[in-house]
Design a binder for this molecule. Structure first.
Ligand code: URA
Length: 191
């Protein structure tokens, strides 16, 4: 089925029962932001706060993500924020491979509709899923990577930064690099 709009896709995703997470979720967390965003931010999976509210990145990690974006002059409203998996894994465990496999077609459709120029991947699960690899996060961050013609940047997941504040500097460098690249792309597309 092709989805002309994010709204139509969201209605379909809200009814998804393709994996076991449908049995325990309170909400399907589709994602939110600008449907025409040039930057898409992709996390791993909703936590308890996101499951309760139906919105992505609203708990402690989310507050940190908002600050990280603001530090490089992006508002949450101008980007689109989504997750690899749309339903909360119980006890905040990592999503299982079969759950990721069921859910990634939804993310791919979101990416098709939004068609961002740049993607920021938060954490190893998001990056390994997008690139279909098992590469360590350290080997993927700090550079531009390409996925289906879109420029991607990888950085630490905000939850990891809350556990290891020493990684904040590296994250700052990653998002600055992403911001410079984004600005250059926008300049070129206006020229
Ligand atoms: N962590 C994620 O990866 N996504 C959320 O939406 C919240 C926490």
């Amino acid at each position: 089925m092709s989805f002309p709009s994010l709204e139509a896709l969201a209605i379909e995703v809200a009814e998804c029962r393709k994996c076991r997470l449908a049995d325990t979720r309170k909400s399907v967390v589709f994602g939110e932001g600008n449907p025409e965003a040039n930057l898409m931010v992709i996390g791993e999976a909703p936590g308890a706060d996101e499951d309760a509210s139906g919105r992505p990145f609203v708990g402690r990690s989310g507050q940190l993500l908002t600050k990280i974006l603001q530090a490089v002059e992006f508002s949450r409203e101008e980007v689109f924020i989504a997750n690899i998996v749309k339903c909360r894994p119980p006890e905040n465990r990592n999503p299982l491979q079969d759950e990721i496999t069921c859910c990634t077609p939804w993310l791919e459709k979101q990416l098709e509709i939004i068609s961002p120029k740049v993607i920021l991947l938060l954490g190893k699960v998001a990056a390994n899923t997008i690139f279909s690899n098992q590469t360590a996060l350290g080997a993927m961050r700090g550079k531009v990577l390409e996925w289906r013609g879109v420029d991607c940047f990888v950085t630490y997941h905000p939850a990891a930064l809350l556990r290891n504040p020493n990684w904040k500097r590296a994250c700052w460098e990653d998002v600055q690099l992403m911001r410079h690249h984004y600005d250059n792309l926008m300049k070129k597309s206006r020229a």
